[in-house]
Structure formats: C-alpha cells, structure tokens
Design a protein around this ligand. Sequence first.
Ligand SMILES: Nc1nc2c(c(=O)[nH]1)N[C@H]1C(S)=C(S)[C@@H](COP(=O)(O)O)O[C@H]1N2
Ligand SMILES: [Mo]
Length: 330
Amino acid sequence: MANEIKSSEITPEKVYLNRRNFMRAGLLAGTTLASAGLYRFFNPQPPKEIQTPQISDVKQAPDFKLEEKLTPFEEITNYNNYYEFSTDKNAVARKAENFITRPWTVEVGGLAGKPKVFDIDELLRFEQEERIYRFRCVEGWSMVIPWVGFPLKKILDAVEPLGAARYVAFQTFYGDVKPDNPQVKLPEGKNFMQTAFSAGIELPYVEGLRLDEAMHPLTILATGLYGKQMPNQNGAPIRLVVPWKYGFKSIKSIVKITLTDTEPPTTWNIAAPDEYGFYSNVNPDVAHRRWSQAKERRIGELGLRESLMFNGYAGEVASLYDGMDLKKYF
Ligand SMILES: Nc1nc2c(c(=O)[nH]1)N[C@H]1C(S)=C(S)[C@@H](COP(=O)(O)O)O[C@H]1N2
Ligand SMILES: [Mo]
C-alpha cells in the first residue's frame, strides 16, 4: 500500500514526521485524543483528488519512452516538494489548491536579440509531447513521470540568444505577501510565501543551467503530466524538467527566463553551498555531505535501487561534461 511504502522513505533534506507512520509504529497507542488538533494530527486527510483539463493533441515521442513502471498519478500529485507552500510533502497538494495560475506570463530575455513575454496560452499552443522520464530527488527517492511539454530550446531559439549568452537563469513566481494579490488566494489565513521563509530558503526560488544543458533535447518545459495540465502542486502552469539532474533543478511555476553570461545563483546552493552545487547531476559516486547517493527508493517499490550515473541518461548527456571533474563540479 502506498502509505506503507512512504514509511520507509528517506527524506533527509528536511526531517519530517509522517503522521500515518507515527500511528502505525504504535508509539502513542492508547493515547486519549483530547483536542480537535490532536485528532487531526492522527487522522491526516486522504490524498487530494485533483482534476485539471486534458491537454489535446499530445504527440507521442517514441524516443522518450521507458521500460519502467509509471509512478501512479496519485503519488506524483500527493508527494511533493514545493517549499513555498509547505515543507510537508503530503500537505503541498492541499496548500496549493487555491494558487491562481491565470493570467500567467513567462518573460524571456536577457542576452537575447528578440526578448519576448509569452502568454501561457501561447505556450500551450506549442506542439506538446509526452516525455516519460525518471525523476530523482537529491533526498534519495525517485519516480517515473509521464510529463507533457516541449523542449526548452524552442522558446530559447525564439528569442535568439546572443553570442555572449552562456547560461540560462530561471525564476519561480514570487507571491506578493499582500493579501490583495489576486494570484494568491489561500485558505486558513496561510500565505504562499510564509512557509518558505521559515524553511530557510531565499525567495523567489531561482535556478540555472549552462546554455548547452538548456538547449539539450532532454531538457523540457513541462505543462502537464499524465496528459493533463500541470497540477498546482507540481508547478503549474509551467515548470522545468531536467531528468539527469537532481529534482531541485527542475524549478516550478516559472515566470522569468534570462540568458546571462555568468553562472546564475541557485536557491539550494545559496542555502547550503557545500551540499548543493550548481551542476547537481545525479551521480551515485559523489555522496551528499550527509548521505550516500548510491541508492534510491523508487516510490511504489520496497527495497532500494542502484542509482544510475546521470540518472540513466549518460548516453545522451555525459559528453556535456567531458574533461570536467564531477567531484569538484558537483
Ligand atoms: N519553486 C520551487 N520549485 C521546486 C521546488 C520548490 O520547493 N520550489 N522543489 C524542488 C524539488 S526539491 C523537487 S524534488 C521537485 C519536486 O517536484 P514534484 O513535486 O513535481 O515531484 O521540484 C523542485 N522544484
Ligand atoms: Mo528534491
């Protein structure tokens, strides 16, 4: 059962208490539930059922199929890292429920000949492909996700990168803490941004890639998963997916993409520079400062799998790093 599998997951990025497992362990068996708060603690809400519109005319991309079992939709949409909403993976879906993602624009510029602000509806009219990718979080868990989206290269080519452009910087929507911001309408008096400040990361969430990584055919802007538009908790309405890098590089809810000549700052590197490098390629041979990266738990499986170099995409991407010391550039 899904909930039992969750019990043995490794979540070292943030030690958190899984309420269901806490109960199963029987640690507090027999405790009298004295208050409504305690009652809720021991009776977490069931997984959130979400429905987003179907994306029409999704092209099947035979080159990007995998002979691996897909992670169920329910797991992908109820076990999330999205610190702006919550550091509790099981709570993100509910906390993100009222995040408003229309209207939405993505500003693409910097060292570009034709900078442009794209409306999300225009991006959704680009040809959409299904890409089934492994997704490996730096915390040691993984999924197989059928994304829908298009190569990031398409949008970069459209703005005509200048010769001086060497990197691409990305920025997540930055919720204004003002309660009258129409983009952020949250229940229970909770604000989109409050959790992230207390979670110890700076906002807005920012990420970056080298230009050749950004132009690589595996790198996509994802607009959905399982054929449907992107659920809020997974980074609606549009997010990056770079399948050979740790999950935190795949920045969610993007509003800005900037071509630059210098390596851009990245959120987890700012938070802990000796733990999270700019490259963050999946690499079983380079341990995190606090844990090995040799193995991973595939959500839905018992036991551990060997982690793969570049998350199994070495054939496609290893040449990007020819001659580089991957222990130094971790
Ligand atoms: N803006 C933003 N993007 C983010 C994160 C986040 O907290 N904020 N978490 C990252 C991490 S650590 C992971 S593992 C993935 C999780 O994506 P998923 O919830 O769709 O599986 O999103 C990444 N992108
Ligand atoms: Mo992650």
